[in-house]
Design a protein around this ligand. Structure first.
Ligand SMILES: Cc1ncc(COP(=O)(O)O)c(C=O)c1O
Length: 466
């Protein structure tokens, strides 16, 4: 006879035991005996003993409190079979709800025409408001400090224009070497816009010779070395190529101490690693929503402007009507009166169709915490690193830092040879990963929708390659 079983996750730390409710399931007596208590105990990151056994992945998936969220997403199919999708660092998967939300807007548009600005189920006039609470939670900000708008590079340029005020003495910008090309071009053209030469104004911090990771002490040293000429530091929160997570708090403190403004491109950090932008006192940040925020190709970006700046109506910015005081916006009068918050940086009315999937995705983020995601991420990536370490016949090196505090979901494998061939084989065997010239395969197990079985499948495919 089947039993009704309440499942609890029990976590034992050195100083406390946390018991949390997971779900109620109907089990047969055999499963009941083998799974309960034993499986949840597997969820202890520090105590886990990874193994190559196929049972291990199954047990981990069974005990995973985030397991149900996989079914909230469409998993792409290859040859009729669910792909092993490890490319969330590039484009996150489609939340199933996205279609319903998009259809709702299409039907409101059909039904109301222009009246949809106020009559739609989610009125378009206020559409940008629907994101602030969720985004604030994800990036560690106040709701007044964030807004969903534009796209990433556009936002980066707009925010840098607000915060970069070069003078004859203070005009340099620190950037990480090997930053994403769009960031390099943005900074290069920004300094040229002010009549400066990139070689004089841009300071790039590179890994040391023979190393792949930028040392934290080298970032601090560059800040000190340029202390009287540094106007701004702008870098990725997580580097797109190596997956290195920077100590944004310490970097912000150090750069602000010498009088510079600090901004981060969080494309690879948002929805991936915990952020506390307000507490860290970051001046500004921006991100895209199509990677770990699963909002679809080219979906709307987001910005953070610290309240100490966002409330300052006198601060210079390039403006448009949607940043104007909401109460008087439709008086259409002369004289820009900015909103006393991050919304003042909006220029245009909300591109609703490009924001709908973002809402479908953030609804899921509302249900989970970054802490829960991070806990599973540690297990998933720990498991991946363990299994990759067992592969001896392929010549690659992991260039992502191994300590968990220095990385997020992404693992970058630098191949000494056969990299492209391995990548092609992975594709043929149903793995969607990401290739970066000249010789790197990036994978990103994402805690919202990747399973431990995905990692085991990757391992099996790599192990079976000749
Ligand atoms: C770190 C980083 N910066 C900038 C961009 C460019 O983003 P967008 O094309 O949305 O401006 C990307 C795109 O992947 C990125 O990864």
């Amino acid at each position: 006879m089947p039993f009704i079983v309440c499942k609890f996750a029990i976590k034992i730390y050195s100083d406390e035991i946390i018991v949390s409710f997971v779900n109620i399931v109907i089990e047969t007596p055999e499963l009941f005996n083998s799974k309960w208590i034993f499986v949840p105990l597997r969820l202890m990151p520090n105590k886990i003993q990874f193994t190559t056994s196929p049972h291990f992945a199954r047990e981990m998936d069974d005990g995973d409190v985030l397991n149900k969220y996989r079914s909230y997403f469409h998993i792409p199919k290859i040859k009729g079979k669910a792909a092993v999708y490890l490319c969330g660092n590039s484009l996150g998967l489609q939340p199933k709800k996205a279609k319903e939300y998009i259809n709702q807007e299409l039907s409101d548009w059909a039904q109301y025409g222009v009246e949809g600005h106020f009559e739609a189920k989610m009125p378009w006039f206020s559409y940008h408001h629907f994101f602030t609470k969720s985004l604030a939670k994800i990036v560690g900000a106040k709701a007044t400090e964030v807004v969903a708008m534009n796209t990433l590079t556009v936002n980066l340029q707009l925010l840098m224009l607000t915060f970069y005020k070069p003078t004859a003495k203070r005009f340099k910008i620190i950037l990480e070497a090997g930053a994403f090309p769009s960031d390099m071009y943005a900074v290069e053209t920004l300094v040229k816009h002010f009549g400066l030469k990139p070689k004089d104004a841009i300071v790039e911090i590179a890994p040391r010779k023979g190393e792949y990771i930028i040392r934290h002490e080298d970032i601090l040293a560059a800040i000190t070395a340029n202390k009287s000429s540094l106007a701004m530091l702008m870098m990725g929160g997580v580097n797109y190529y190596t997956g290195q997570l920077f100590d944004m708090k310490a970097i912000t403190t150090a750069a602000q101490k010498v009088g510079a403004k600090v901004g981060f491109d969080l494309a690879h950090a948002v929805g991936n690693v915990p952020l506390e932008l307000n507490k860290w006192n970051v001046d500004f940040a921006c991100w895209c929503s199509y990677k770990y925020l699963n909002s679809g190709p080219g979906a709307v970006g987001g910005v953070f402007i610290h309240e100490k700046h966002a409330t300052n109506k006198k601060l210079n910015r390039l403006a448009g009507w949607w940043g104007h005081n909401e109460k008087t916006r439709f008086k259409m009068e002369k004289g820009f009166d900015p909103m006393p918050n991050a919304q003042a940086w909006q220029m245009s009315n909300a591109p609703v169709m490009n924001m709908v999937s973002h809402r479908a995705s953030l609804d899921i983020f509302d249900e989970v915490s970054m802490k829960m995601l991070r806990e599973k991420s540690e297990l998933l990536t720990g498991y991946a690193l363990f299994l990759l370490g067992e592969i001896k016949h392929l010549q690659f090196e992991i260039i992502t830092p191994t300590p968990f505090e220095q990385r997020g979901c992404q693992i970058s494998m630098l191949f000494k040879n056969r990299g492209k061939e391995v990548f092609t084989q992975l594709q043929k065997n149903g793995v969607i990963a990401d290739w970066r010239e000249p010789n790197v395969i990036r994978i990103a197990p994402v805690p919202l929708y990747n399973s431990f079985q995905d990692i085991l499948d990757l391992f099996d495919i790599l192990s079976n390659m000749k």
